[in-house]
Design a binder for this molecule. Structure first.
Ligand SMILES: *Cc1c(COP(=O)(O)O)cnc(C)c1O
Length: 427
């Protein structure tokens, strides 16, 4: 009888994985708190929140209990013509935390679909208004997901290359910095007449390598778009739910977006779900006696009651004073460690936004997702029981909030040791 790894390798195709050269996958049998365990009982500290989704730790008993109760009550119902308490309650609770202009909630299944919905809302908003605007703007190096619309508004890269000609055209603008903001503002003004919307990852561009920009310049840029009639789609799929130190990146900004996207931490990393919220103005543009103005979009599992319940339970946990204290603790400790890293000869561009810490490993090799250093570092951490997943030579920490101060020290110590080994090429 083949083992689980062999059965997997025989028939399962993994995401972002070159199946020819990738080693076999590590079979995980259970999770608890910040740790995952394989079938031999080996413990792995999940320093990347399992692709940035896990907020309160794995198999959280409170979320598990709430979802389990819901599973025995109502597991799924068609969401056209029907509704249910978890969907309504989640919309109420989420909107209460968002910028005051966010008034409606549209449910979908993941971050990419939340982005697709946001784009369709903007494009059809223009269509319903009889506008001839056509252009969509996005940030250079953006990442908004892997479906076609989301790929189109993402930076062109190796990932999107095979689909290049089939992606719709997007105007890519630089992320705002003190040095280029004036130039970006005039670029926006010159494109305004033909531009429907700007989509952006606020403060942190995650998949691009945890690239960060300031709230001040982003707010200026948002204000310029608003004054020029360009709709704003704020993609908080990654930054939402505490990652930036505040509940949402929106809480760092002085301007409000028209539309917001959520997923990843939304359910605490328990179940897949996406949300697109919008202003009354966007919503009203679809109200009509004419059926053609309807937003014809939906997914089989729209507002799945189990996912809504997981999100409700996760948001309760997030708002607990204990969790908020943890977020402050992580933010402070990261700031201290960032000072250490700034003096490290192999660390460049050390940067932090709240609970997200990142730096570039200076290695002589150019920055690339396919950097060979990446695999060596990934393996070195795995051997130490730590899941770190560098983006090329960019190293980062995006840990669940339940991590203890001692576990953070353990991580920092191992990072320094692995970087020393790397330095002396003993890896
Ligand atoms: C991960 C991510 C997405 C895509 O979410 P999926 O659930 O993976 O489809 C979209 N936007 C941002 C900012 C993300 O980080």
């Amino acid at each position: 009888m083949p083992n689980l790894q062999q059965r997997d390798a025989a028939i399962v195709w993994h995401p972002y994985t070159q199946m020819k050269t990738a080693g076999t996958s590590i079979p995980i049998t259970r999770g608890k708190g910040i740790y995952l365990y394989d079938e031999n009982g080996t413990e792995y500290l999940d320093a990347v929140s399992s692709w940035w989704v896990t907020l309160h730790g794995h198999a959280h008993p409170y979320i598990a209990q709430r979802v389990s109760e819901q599973l025995h009550t109502l597991e799924q119902v068609i969401f056209a013509g029907f509704t249910h308490e978890p969907a309504v309650k989640l919309a109420e609770n989420l909107l209460a935390l968002l910028p005051a202009n966010q008034k409606k909630v549209f449910y979908s299944d993941n971050g990419s679909t939340a982005v697709e919905v946001a784009l369709k809302m903007c494009i059809q908003y223009a269509f319903n208004a009889g506008s001839r605007k056509k252009k969509i703007m996005a940030f250079r190096n953006a990442y908004h997901g892997d479906t076609f619309g989301a790929m189109s508004v993402s930076g062109r890269s190796t990932w999107t290359q095979p689909f290049g000609e089939m992606l719709f055209e997007v105007v890519f603008i630089d992320t705002p910095e003190p040095g280029n903001i004036q130039q970006i503002l005039s670029q926006i003004e010159s494109l305004a007449d033909d531009t429907i919307c700007l989509i952006y990852e606020p403060l942190v561009q995650g998949a691009a390598g945890m690239l960060m920009h300031n709230p001040e310049e982003l707010s200026q840029l948002m204000k310029c778009c608003r004054m020029n009639g360009i709709l704003l789609i704020q993609d908080e799929v990654f930054t939402g739910f505490g990652r930036t130190g505040k509940l949402f990146a929106a809480d760092h900004l002085t301007e409000k977006p028209d539309i917001m996207c959520f997923s990843k931490g939304l359910t605490g990393g328990t179940m897949p779900m996406g949300i697109t919220s919008c202003s009354e103005e966007i919503f009203n543009a679809f109200l009509s006696d004419d059926q053609h103005r309807t937003l014809f979009h939906g997914h089989s599992f729209t507002a799945n009651p189990l996912a809504c319940t997981a999100a409700l339970a996760s948001m309760e946990l997030l708002l607990l004073e204990d969790t908020q204290k943890q977020i402050r603790m992580i933010t402070e400790k990261h700031a201290q460690f960032a000072e250490v890293m700034k003096n490290h000869p192999l660390a460049e561009e050390v940067r932090q936004t709240g609970t997200i810490l990142a730096w570039n490993l200076a290695s002589g090799e150019s920055v690339s997702y396919f950097n060979t250093d990446r695999q060596r570092i990934y393996d070195a951490f795995l051997n130490r029981g730590i899941i770190m997943r560098p983006l090329g030579n960019i190293m980062y920490l995006v840990q669940p909030y339940c991590i203890t101060s001692e576990e953070l020290d353990f991580l920092y110590r191992n990072i320094l040791e692995v970087m020393d080994l790397f330095n002396t090429s003993q890896m």
